[in-house]
Design a protein around this ligand. Structure first.
Ligand SMILES: Nc1nc2c(c(=O)[nH]1)N[C@H]1C(S)=C(S)[C@@H](COP(=O)(O)OP(=O)(O)OC[C@H]3O[C@@H](n4cnc5c(=O)[nH]c(N)nc54)[C@H](O)[C@@H]3O)O[C@H]1N2
Ligand SMILES: Nc1nc2c(c(=O)[nH]1)N[C@H]1C(S)=C(S)[C@@H](COP(=O)(O)OP(=O)(O)OC[C@H]3O[C@@H](n4cnc5c(=O)[nH]c(N)nc54)[C@H](O)[C@@H]3O)O[C@H]1N2
Ligand code: SF4
Ligand SMILES: [Mo]
Length: 730
């Protein structure tokens, strides 16, 4: 099989699902309204959008107000629970700073002067501009940059208009290299939610993946189950994260050296014959080439690179070998670290392959999916949509990257990009090198922001379309693939949209009509659209509305005599040595690259998730700002004291390029971090004034990320190669 987009999609796994299970919402959850004795009360299930995990929730609605939410016990993503952020749905819904009306910018991009307009006027302006751009530059000069469930109708609109360009920062600025590294090795990615079988693992290794602080709901429940059943845990992180504090071993690695550790582990597993011989013989190719290529990576060498004692490196490899194949070396999620990220993912994949964890209990399970056909009878998209993407420079970028959209917008090469539709993505905080992002934006003929909040990106828009929140709308069908079961979940309105906000299914249909694309939007409304798609998949829509979630069982999660794996790689095997990489001039086996280190007086800038916020998405949520309003700067206590700093001092930061971040940040002196790095939560330091609670709270990592290395395989942009010095007296 060739490595193509089709293979990629196929590899990401749609298995046929078996019969529907009769599981239905327990009555006790549905009878809540009646029990309370009030007539005007309803329980309406929908799902959360405060992060991509999309846990099922049930809204309690009283007199057209949502008064409370609970987890939906049928949801496989949440299992009846919501995380701290998910519980703050009311803070998102009733935020007084929300975008309320369509607006047109009569000032400059970045210095907007807003004029409130009707929906009709806003969509007219956009449609006219789109027609002019199409005439001059072609429909494929328009791009969608998106994050979130609601984007699917926007993709449909742009494709119907003739543009193939739809890119998500959650690919090229997040998990893209991880997925590509696994596809190159196994012919399949690790999924989202990931196919980790943590609850059955005997041994778990996490590299810079701080589960719990990154609140992946059901995954956190699974790892807790695994640990309670006796699984051993090793966490590799320069910082003693919350999960590291629960681990049997914490390896405080020198940042940017994980590849050295992984290659040393691979060498030990091979040389000490800890690998699964039968499994490799049956399913893998390239063992001999791999063995030769990794001989230079001795534990003693790795100790010098990583700061982790050689004997610890050897012990962990032996522990992995002893527990194989019930071992899960997690692939992580935020993966764009140092520029050689796809190759780091390859190293993780190869180590898992050697131990035979793919398709094995406690390792990586094979997911169960379900197919829901598209709305019947839609016309095909214009031919251009199948045309080449912009990513020829990055041969393994299987999805369009934001990286090349930005480059093409600035340079006009390989072809001009003239319009951006930005849906649910706060690009000013999300892409590295803000000045370059602004330069690209200033080159556009049209920027439309579809958002719920007056975020930083909104002030660069020409037209702002206020979407209603996830609590007030229908979205497209949502499918989740899990172990032995698949989940179909429904987003539906719990109340009518507030102010003049509208859902994307409505906005795109109206705009489609103005563009002469009504044949692509034949549905009367979202209910009819969803009901037809459900009918085509034999899903009971009425039950889905009532329960919020329908589960389909089926599919075998592990390799057995009757369930032999298929690998979507060119050889049909696990590729320890990758010919397709060699053919394109890349290393067929991962190699170690030494990354630059902080100059004297500087620290490496590390960043990560705040447990009670999602990026800037929740930064203005009054239920969450009560719990955390600003970010702090973690700094090694001894180092901090030597600089004359105390816990609670406010400081400012300046990076290697002399860029000073606006605002100030509070120092947190800690033993839990190495002394060559500082750490902060991402998402704070919002500059938009209309975000009244979030405005200028803490410092933004994104203001300091002026440098990034591009992954040559797939165009991901790494962000952890920036260094900062601390300036006292803020
Ligand atoms: N510096 C730095 N950059 C990063 C990261 C980092 O840690 N540091 N993390 C990276 C990662 S892991 C990822 S996944 C990306 C994510 O980055 P983005 O793609 O930007 O995603 P979010 O931050 O979730 O998007 C937030 C935007 O969505 C809007 N929004 C929220 N709900 C809705 C809705 O229902 N409808 C609409 N239309 N809009 C809505 C918010 O108001 C906000 O403007 O960023 C990456 N970039
Ligand atoms: N509460 C909450 N949960 C979230 C999100 C959120 O915004 N809030 N965002 C979601 C998204 S989109 C994603 S992608 C995931 C991301 O979740 P993760 O994949 O866990 O990514 P980060 O939060 O960036 O992880 C940062 C960890 O990596 C460590 N680290 C930094 N440099 C290195 C290094 O060189 N080597 C090693 N081994 N470790 C290093 C940091 O110290 C930190 O503990 O979280 C998701 N879950
Ligand atoms: S993990 Fe939390 S924020 Fe994310 S979807 Fe679930 S409840 Fe919502
Ligand atoms: Mo992400």
């Amino acid at each position: 099989m060739k490595f193509s987009r089709r293979t990629f999609l196929k590899a990401s796994g749609i298995a046929a699902a078996g019969a529907s299970v009769a599981a239905s919402m327990p009555e006790k959850f549905l009878s809540w309204a009646e029990e309370s004795g009030q007539k005007d009360m309803k329980s309406i299930p929908t799902f959360c959008e405060l992060c991509f995990w999309n846990c099922g929730l049930i809204a309690k609605v009283e007199n057209k107000k949502v008064v409370k939410i609970d987890g939906n016990p049928l949801s496989l993503r949440g299992r009846g629970r919501l995380c701290g952020r998910g519980n703050a749905a009311l803070g998102a819904l009733y935020d007084p700073d929300r975008l309320k009306y369509p607006m047109i910018n009569t000032g400059k991009r970045g210095e907007p002067v807003w004029k409130r307009v009707s929906w009709d006027e806003a969509l007219d302006v956009i449609a006219k501009k789109m027609n002019v751009i199409k005439e001059k530059h072609g429909a494929d000069s328009m791009a969608l940059i998106y994050h979130g469930t609601g984007a699917s109708f926007w993709k449909h609109l742009l494709h119907a208009y003739g543009s193939p360009l739809a890119a998500a920062p959650s690919f090229a600025q997040c998990r893209g290299p991880r997925d590509i590294g696994f596809v190159l090795t196994f012919g399949a990615d690790v999924g989202s939610p990931e196919y980790y079988d943590f609850s059955k693992s005997k041994y778990i290794v996490l590299l810079g993946s701080h589960l719990g602080e990154n609140a992946h709901n059901s995954q956190v429940q699974d790892i807790v189950k695994g640990l309670a059943s006796g699984a051993k845990l090793t966490v590799v992180d320069p910082r003693l994260s919350n999960i590291a504090s629960k681990a049997d071993r914490w390896l405080p690695i020198k940042p940017a050296t994980d590849m050295a550790l992984l290659l040393a582990w691979i060498r030990i597993v091979i040389n000490e014959e800890l690998f699964d011989r039968e499994y490799l013989k049956k399913y893998a190719t390239g063992f001999d080439e791999l063995k030769t290529a990794v001989q230079e990576y001795t534990p003693e060498w790795a100790e010098k690179e990583t700061g982790i004692a050689a004997e610890t490196i050897v012990s962990v490899a032996r522990e992995m070998g002893k527990n194989a194949p019930n071992v899960c070396i997690g692939a992580g999620r935020y993966f764009t670290w140092y520029g050689d990220d796809t190759q780091r993912a390859r190293a993780i994949a190869i180590l898992n392959a050697l131990l035979g964890t793919w398709g094995r209990e406690g390792g990586y399970f094979f997911p169960t999916g379900v197919k829901v056909p598209e709305y019947p009878g839609l016309p095909a998209y214009p031919e251009e949509v199948e045309a080449a993407k912009l990513d020829e420079a990055y041969p393994f970028a299987l999805l369009q990257t934001t990286t090349t959209i930005k480059q093409a917008t600035i340079s006009g090469r390989p072809r001009p990009v003239k319009a951006w539709f930005v849906y649910g993505s706060n690009l000013m905080k999300t892409m590295p090198d803000k000045q370059e992002t602004i330069k690209a934006i200033q080159n556009l003929d049209l920027l439309v922001a579809i958002d719920t909040m007056p975020m930083d990106i909104v002030s660069y828009a020409d037209v702002v379309l206020p979407e209603c929140t996830y609590m007030e709308r229908y979205d497209n069908i949502n499918i989740g693939k899990f172990k032995g079961e698949a989940e179909i979940s429904l987003r539906q309105p719990t109340i009518e949209p507030l102010w003049e906000t509208k859902p994307s299914w409505w906005i795109t249909k109206e705009l489609g009509n103005k563009l002469g694309l009504s044949s692509y939007f034949p549905w009367k409304d979202a209910e009819e659209y969803l009901a037809k798609r459900c009918a085509a998949a034999e899903i009971n829509f009425a039950q889905l509305k009532k329960d919020g979630v329908i589960i389909k069982k089926g599919g075998a999660p592990y390799i057995t005599a009757d369930n032999q794996p298929e690998f979507g790689t060119p050889s049909g095997k696990i590729e320890l040595y990758s010919k397709q990489l060699a053919e394109k001039g890349f290393d067929p086996v991962p190699k170690y690259t030494k990354h630059p280190e902080p100059p004297s007086g500087y620290f490496r800038l590390l960043f990560g998730r705040a447990p009670l916020h999602t990026f800037s998405r929740t930064s203005n949520n009054f239920m969450l700002t009560d719990l955390q309003k600003e970010n702090g700067l973690w700094l090694n206590a001894k180092k901090g004291r030597s600089l004359g700093l105390k816990d609670g001092d406010y400081v400012t930061l300046e990076n290697q390029d002399g860029v000073k971040a606006p605002g100030r940040i509070k120092v947190k002196l800690t033993q839990r971090l190495r002394d060559d790095a500082v750490y902060m939560n991402h998402g704070f330091g919002v500059h938009a004034k209309a975000m009244t609670r979030a405005n200028n709270q803490g410092i933004a990592d994104d203001d300091l990320i002026t440098k990034s290395a591009i992954d040559p395989l797939m165009g991901g942009t790494s962000m952890r190669g920036n260094f900062v010095k601390i300036v006292k007296g803020a």
